[in-house]
Design a protein around this ligand. Structure first.
Ligand code: HEM
Ligand code: HEM
Length: 425
């Protein structure tokens, strides 16, 4: 009798793994969020009896740059598990993070997550099966966060990283890798009592949701401040500033329009800069304001203010002396240097914020088209002037609006008898 008891017990223990990722006997709560084209975001939980270990499953399509789940009903003070592809695209990097608010959560090495069987990337799905042995209470600076294991409606949040053609997928082995703002987020509740039971282990199937409910606040999101930042600065520096040269040299050859255009562009760039500073608070990579993109950006913005000042000062001096000044010469050539630096900085910004190669190619084509048109028009105007034709010469009907103030600022075409048109300082 005793021998047969030990035989059966031995047989049973042989078939029961010490750390199991799949079990049908344990309690479990499962949350499923349909994401279209037959894919789901799934989060499932098991808490063994008399334990504070969390066995969890997190999965979703690889078309999202990252997947995450977090405790609580908002980002502030949430403990999050963030998952993204590793560097070779075959496995997942799992990064436990703490969030202090509506900004990138920070990796916390104190959170002990052990990865279990089934973790990896297969069939365009990222899966994390894990166990966290100290995820029920955590420290956020001086504050302490906690999970209520007895709650029948414990709130959780989810977040999905950027997706679609404009985003480059994140692939990194680093747990501190920089993630971009979500393209979707929301809140759901989990019945922690339903999730409790057994000796620890995850369900074998996740297709049927149980012990969970959506809070209904699912929201599509984007990194719109970044897009506005790029449009303001790119639009001002790479499109409008060069157009200012056309307004002065080609059409309508007006100092006044040049001045108005460059002033509006400077203001637009200023708005872009302010948004840039706000954006800098959002990501761990930018909070110290020490990256190449930020430093070069600040230098460019200071240069633009100097440009505006030099243009203004040159205009005043010319009115008094009727001769060109150093400010005028520097203003003229330095402007092109600033635009070149801005073009480079725009490219650095796009790389930095994981824009796709398609976006980078589109940006390069747009820059080439604008450059060819602007340089072509300026070259054509200069060619006409050199040949004594009307390139830089003001037409008689334009003189009325211009004569009194503008002709006295350094654009008088002496070759045309000093009465109308431009010379170049
Ligand atoms: C770079 C990383 C992240 C940034 C910059 C970021 C930024 C933000 C911002 C600005 C909002 C407010 C949006 C609005 O008012 O429309 C927000 C809300 C939210 N985010 Fe994030 N987030 C990041 C990562 C995450 C992650 C990893 C999760 C999920 C675990 C998440 C979940 C949420 C949720 C549920 C909300 C709505 C509740 C709330 O306002 O706190 N976020 N996030
Ligand atoms: C010449 C000046 C600048 C230009 C042309 C420029 C342009 C850009 C562009 C094109 C992006 C990518 C946006 C996207 O992919 O959606 C970007 C990102 C960014 N820029 Fe700038 N920028 C300039 C100056 C600055 C300055 C002065 C700061 C802050 C001090 C700044 C902070 C940022 C930040 C934090 C991001 C990253 C956003 C993210 O990761 O989503 N930029 N910038």
């Amino acid at each position: 009798m005793l021998i047969s008891f030990f035989f059966v017990a031995g047989l049973l223990s042989f078939f029961t793994p010490v750390v199991s990722a799949a079990s049908t006997t344990n309690g479990a709560s499962i949350y499923n969020l349909p994401l279209g084209s037959n894919s789901n975001y799934t989060f499932a939980l098991n808490i063994p009896d008399d334990s504070t270990d969390l066995y969890f499953h997190l999965s979703g399509p690889t078309s999202y740059s990252w997947l995450a789940v977090g405790t609580g009903s908002e980002m502030k003070d949430s403990l999050m598990i963030v998952a993204y592809s590793n560097a070779d695209g075959k496995n997942v990097t799992v990064s436990p993070r703490l969030s202090s608010g509506e900004q990138e959560p920070e990796y916390s090495s104190s959170l002990a997550v052990t990865l279990l069987d089934g973790t990896g990337i297969a069939n365009n799905t990222m899966t994390v099966n894990g166990r966290c042995s100290n995820c029920t209470t955590w420290k956020m600076g001086s504050r302490t966060g906690s999970l209520d294991l007895k709650s029948s409606s414990q709130p959780w949040i989810y977040g999905l990283g950027p997706t679609g053609g404009s985003a480059r997928m994140l692939r990194s082995d680093s747990k501190t890798a920089s993630i971009e703002r979500h393209s979707k987020y929301g809140v759901f509740d989990m019945d922690m009592v339903h999730a409790t039971g057994g000796s620890g282990g995850l369900p074998t199937s996740y297709t049927t949701a149980q012990g969970s409910s959506s809070e209904g606040g699912d929201k599509d999101d984007s990194n719109w401040p970044s897009i506005i930042h790029a449009l303001c600065l790119g639009g001002a520096l790479i499109l409008l500033f060069p157009c200012g040269a056309i307004l002065l040299r080609v059409l309508p050859k007006s100092v006044r329009w040049h001045w108005v255009n460059q002033t509006i562009s400077t203001c637009l760039a200023g708005i872009g800069l302010v948004i840039g500073f706000y954006l800098s608070t959002q990501f761990t990579k930018s909070q110290s304001c020490s990256s190449t993109h930020q430093i070069l950006g600040i230098v460019i913005l200071l240069a633009i203010i100097a440009q505006w000042g030099m243009g203004f000062w040159h205009h005043r001096l010319y009115k008094k002396t009727q001769t060109s000044s150093m400010f005028g010469v520097v203003h003229r050539y330095f402007g092109f240097v600033v635009i070149l630096l801005a073009i480079i900085n725009g490219g650095i910004g796009l790389r930095w914020s994981y824009a796709s190669n398609g976006v980078l190619i589109g940006y390069s084509i747009a820059v080439i088209i604008v450059s060819v048109v602007i340089i072509g028009l300026l070259g054509w105007a200069r060619f006409k002037t050199n040949r004594g034709a009307k390139g830089f010469v003001r037409q008689p009907q334009e003189l009325d609006e211009f004569q009194t103030s503008d002709l006295s600022d350094g654009y008088v075409d002496r070759s045309a008898g000093g009465s109308h048109g431009y010379d170049r300082y």
